[in-house]
Design a binder for this molecule. Structure first.
Ligand code: FEO
Ligand code: CA
Ligand code: CA
Ligand code: CA
Length: 593
């Protein structure tokens, strides 16, 4: 059409109508094919999914729940064959297990967990590595793939870097403080330039129960992270999740985990040099001098934006030479100044206030309590930093700040009080050098409905009623340097729209223009977005479809088996609603978007 022809946008697809219904929707001319659902086989010998008789053993061989981060690692450089890596962030018991929800005096009750249920939940967390191949233009899992793997809360892992062996990570099962079982609440993540899979441990506080012994040394540390929140009942059956019984276990979570996907028996490493907080993700870029920079968000109201710069340089010729790059380097936290400049403040033991007088006896102490160190450095408290995506072509990075309704005082990097819809900050590293310790920043977008003046949204006037969004969460920069943003929270309440994937112009006259490319079924959140290098495919993750979001208290929702608004993606009464990864391709082939 004429308007679009005159547009300066780098995107050219017919926009999806915003709305809400039981299904997902992609732009006309594209196919959105379900690739992997909760319960699907990850191995040829895995049992068929039976939602009425699920077991821990079956779940350990099947695709986990609530897919979040999606990464694609090509095999031998092929565009149509590679490893898909997927985080399984958390579980929604009321949607997973039949018969556990009852109505009592008009109140909804979820039955207490049994040990079997807890073990299934633990097996449904973690991650999946699975070989996939494109056959006749459609992606398929390769169930006998040699690298296929499930990572769960029981997978053996190694603590690596400055915190390994520290007294504060020693437990009765691990007196050396080096061996941890499992990972959980892996939200976003990353794929490193050397082809390993990064799983970020985010809301770890919910998995611990109990009470620390009186005046325990970790009391302030745990309080700052909200440990223990008791959202899950694992600690009733596995004492390590009860802080009264195993006070140091929670110091062994909240890290960045690196997985060598080429060896299915490799022991994943918790890379403690990148600090301990509620890690959203860890997207990386090779800087001009060969060092590698990881951008890290700490997803909590008034927490911080970090980056980690490796000490060593990336070696493109020798994969093995890169395998411990994440054990040595400098962790920085961001201070966004009012004049549009910024400083990256190093979290280094002995520098500034990070000394024994303030309770930091070593670099390990600083990393375990990264938040407290960042507080002392007077970093800028942000509106819930989520995914941060560097753009290698421009030396810029895009920070998703999802929302913060508790903000009462604005500053220029967090310009709205009661920030219900979030915003996106663009970081411009000095000289386009990702290792820079100074930079500038701009607000790319203030999100929300631009037709409601008091919201203060700043989408371009070219953005349609379908194109605006709130609650940016995950993001991707594609091979053409274009920004894609997925959201978490648009489905809440009576908004008449769901979460989705939006294409956002960041350059030239179209900067700030957004278009809806794909939207999720009712109740879901949009995760993933993972464009392949050849731009033929956009993988997305549909998380918690059918869930009520904040409209319903906690887990207090009628189970899927009794009363729900969608049975996506199967639409089969014998099947619950299922989180799933979707592959979006252009009909007839070609580049996306
Ligand atoms: Fe799991 Fe910060 O979203
Ligand atoms: Ca997220
Ligand atoms: Ca991302
Ligand atoms: Ca989120």
């Amino acid at each position: 059409d004429e308007a679009r022809a005159q547009s300066a946008s780098v995107f050219n697809f017919p926009e999806v109508e915003a709305g809400v219904d039981a299904n997902h929707h992609v732009a006309e001319g594209y196919d959105a094919d379900v690739l992997l659902r909760w319960g699907d086989k990850v191995f040829a010998d895995a049992p068929e999914f039976d939602p009425t008789a699920q077991t821990e053993a079956a779940q350990e061989r099947q695709f986990g729940y609530n897919n979040d981060f999606v990464g694609f690692i090509p095999l031998e450089g092929a565009a149509d064959h590679g490893l898909l890596v997927v985080n399984h962030e958390y579980t929604n018991e009321h949607l997973m297990f039949p018969g556990i929800v009852t109505l009592k005096d008009g109140e909804i009750e979820v039955a207490d967990a049994t040990e079997d249920r807890v073990n299934i939940e633990m097996a449904a967390h973690g991650g999946t590595v699975i070989e996939i191949r494109k056959v006749d233009g459609k992606w398929q899992p390769v169930l006998d793939g040699a690298m296929n793997r499930r990572i769960t809360v029981k997978t053996e892992m190694q603590l690596s870097g400055p915190v390994a062996g520290n007294d504060r990570v020693k437990t009765s099962d691990d007196p050396e403080g080096r061996k941890v079982f499992g990972t959980f609440n892996n939200c976003a993540g990353g794929v490193t330039p050397w082809g390993t899979y990064i799983m970020a441990e985010e809301n770890i506080h919910g998995y611990f129960i109990g009470e620390l012994p009186a005046e325990h040394a970790e009391a302030a540390n745990y309080k700052r992270l909200g440990v223990p929140a008791g959202d899950y009942q694992w600690g009733n059956f596995h004492k390590r999740f009860d802080v009264g019984q195993e006070p140091n276990e929670a110091n062994r979570f909240g890290w960045i985990v690196e997985v060598d996907v080429m060896d299915p028996n490799s022991v994943p490493k918790k890379r403690t040099a990148l600090g301990r907080f509620k890690h959203e993700g860890a997207e990386s870029v090779v800087a001009k001098d060969g060092r590698v920079v990881f951008y890290l968000g700490d997803d909590e109201r008034f927490d911080y934006v970090y980056k980690f710069v490796t000490a060593g340089k990336f070696n493109a010729e020798d994969r093995a030479a890169n395998m411990d790059l994440l054990d040595e380097g400098t962790l920085y936290v961001a201070r966004f100044d009012e004049d549009g400049s910024m400083v990256w403040l190093p979290l280094v033991h002995g520098e500034g206030p990070l000394t024994a007088e303030n309770g930091f006896n070593s670099q390990a102490d600083i990393l375990i309590e990264a938040r407290r160190a960042a507080d002392l450095l007077e970093a800028t408290p942000m509106d819930r930093p989520e995914d941060i995506q560097p753009n290698p072509a421009t030396g810029r990075a895009y920070v998703m700040l999802t929302n913060n309704t508790k903000r009462e005082e604005a500053n220029s990097a967090n310009p709205r009080v009661n920030n219900a819809f979030g915003h996106i900050v663009e970081i411009l590293e000095t000289d386009g050098d990702f290792t820079a310790t100074t930079g500038n920043w701009e607000i790319l977008l203030q999100c929300g409905d631009p037709s409601v003046a008091e919201v203060g949204a700043t989408f371009s006037t070219e953005t349609t009623k379908n194109g605006w969004f709130g609650m940016p969460d995950n993001a991707a920069i594609d091979a053409d340097g274009r920004l894609w943003v997925s959201t978490d929270g648009n489905s809440v309440g009576d908004t008449g729209r769901t979460d989705g994937l939006w294409a956002v112009d960041i350059e030239g006259d179209a900067r700030g223009t957004s278009r809806l490319f794909y939207r999720v079924p009712v109740g879901a959140e949009m995760c993933g977005p993972c464009p392949t290098e050849d731009m033929s495919t956009m993988f997305v993750a549909v998380q918690h479809p059918g869930d009520g979001g904040d409209d319903w208290e906690g887990h207090g929702r009628p189970s899927y088996y009794e009363d729900l608004s969608t049975r996506w993606p199967d639409f089969n009464d014998a099947m619950p609603v299922r989180p799933a990864v979707v592959a979006i391709t252009k009909q007839g082939g070609g580049r996306i978007g």
